[in-house]
Design a protein around this ligand. Structure first.
Ligand code: KG4
Ligand code: ZN
Length: 331
């Protein structure tokens, strides 16, 4: 089954064609980063307008690269949440229009579930139970995936998302937007042990990053001569330590033999190295999707739609967008 997926939840306009949830025939991502960089973050109104301009050419590119027309597609999917309302409306409306024109099933896809299913694009034989960390610009969750479509959220951030912390600290350090890749690059030249930044909520399953952000602000204020690379590396080490510790605890608690990363922060080189090392030390498999599948893309939307179609069929065409949508949790 060939699925056309569309993703417009934030600042990437993306479309992809994926067969049977894993065979990627095309994946086109048009980033609006340049439009938002001068504001230091995503401006929702600008994002929506750019999606309207980009959606048709991006979908046409995705179909063209896959070498198919709409009549060669079996279902059309779009991310319907969580995300920016006006941005989501563009992708959902486009997908519904295509579904109507092509008389195809429409599938509204949960963005968080899609970050999780990105792993299957590279590793179709992954089998639950899995311990999963989803860390993006808007969300940070530790999840035990017990079966397809069955998730237990065991911990999540009580304040900032991990990616948001990267973006805010990068802005403070004058590194621009998006902050994650900038800090990741600069941290390579710094000492991760230079500054002992706090690790919050050590003995609880949930996470918190806002105290860490404040600690960085105070440190920079009181140590103006400290090398920026050391601040970046020490901050990154604190985030990575918190994320990896909670993921490992979830794997221990659930008995999952495989750990998986998803979301933009999963592109972080220090996090990937740490999670791989932790898994090796505890005789587990770590699955770290390639960078392009960690950050927002539509291949993950098309893949999730394929699994969701199998689990509960198409989404009615009167379904809307859900900006605050959560990952459905069983407990
Ligand atoms: O999943 P994503 O592309 O979009 C959302 O759903 O939010 O995640 C974007 C977030 C941004 O906060 C960005 O700074 C962060 O992922 N990010 C990284 C890296 N690459 C992207 N954070 C740390 N290290 C990276 N290499
Ligand atoms: Zn995302």
């Amino acid at each position: 089954m060939r699925v056309l997926g569309i993703e417009t939840s934030c600042d990437e306009t993306a479309a992809a064609v994926v067969v049977d949830g894993h065979d990627v025939e095309s994946s086109v991502v048009s980033s609006q980063v340049d439009l938002h960089a001068r504001f230091g973050g995503v401006v929702p109104e600008i994002a929506s307008r750019a999606h309207v301009e980009l959606i048709v050419p991006v979908v046409a590119d995705a179909l063209g690269e896959a070498g198919v027309e709409l009549d060669g597609v079996d279902a059309v999917a779009a991310c319907h949440g969580p995300g920016l309302a006006g941005a989501l409306l563009v992708g959902v409306s486009a997908a519904k229009a295509l579904a109507l024109v092509g008389n195809l099933p429409y599938v509204g896809v949960n963005h968080l579930e899609a970050h999780l299913y990105a792993a299957w694009l590279e590793q179709p034989e992954l089998v639950p139970p899995l311990a999963v960390l989803i860390a993006s610009g808007g969300h940070t969750l530790v999840v035990v995936m017990e079966a397809h479509g069955r998730y237990r959220v065991v911990g999540q951030t009580v304040d900032d998302a991990a990616g948001e912390a990267f973006d805010k600290v990068a802005r403070l350090l004058g590194l621009g937007y998006p902050g994650g890749p900038a800090i990741d690059a600069l941290a390579r030249d710094g000492d991760p042990a230079a500054i002992a930044f706090p690790r919050a909520m050590r003995d609880e399953p949930d996470l918190s990053f806002s105290g860490l952000k404040t600690a960085v602000v105070q440190h920079v204020r009181t140590h103006p001569d400290q090398a920026v690379a050391d601040v970046a590396a020490s901050f990154q080490a604190a985030v990575v330590d918190q994320l990896a510790t909670k993921l490992r605890a979830a794997a221990d608690e659930s008995g999952a033999r495989t750990v998986v990363l998803g979301g933009g922060v999963a592109a972080n080189s220090a996090l990937r190295a740490r999670v791989a090392a932790d898994a090796a030390a505890s005789d587990r498999q770590a699955f770290l999707p390639p960078l392009a599948l960690c950050t927002d893309n539509a291949a993950m939307i098309a893949a999730t739609a394929w699994w969701r179609l199998g689990l509960d069929g198409p989404t009615p065409l009167d379904d809307g967008v859900a900006p605050g949508l959560a990952l459905p949790s069983v407990g």
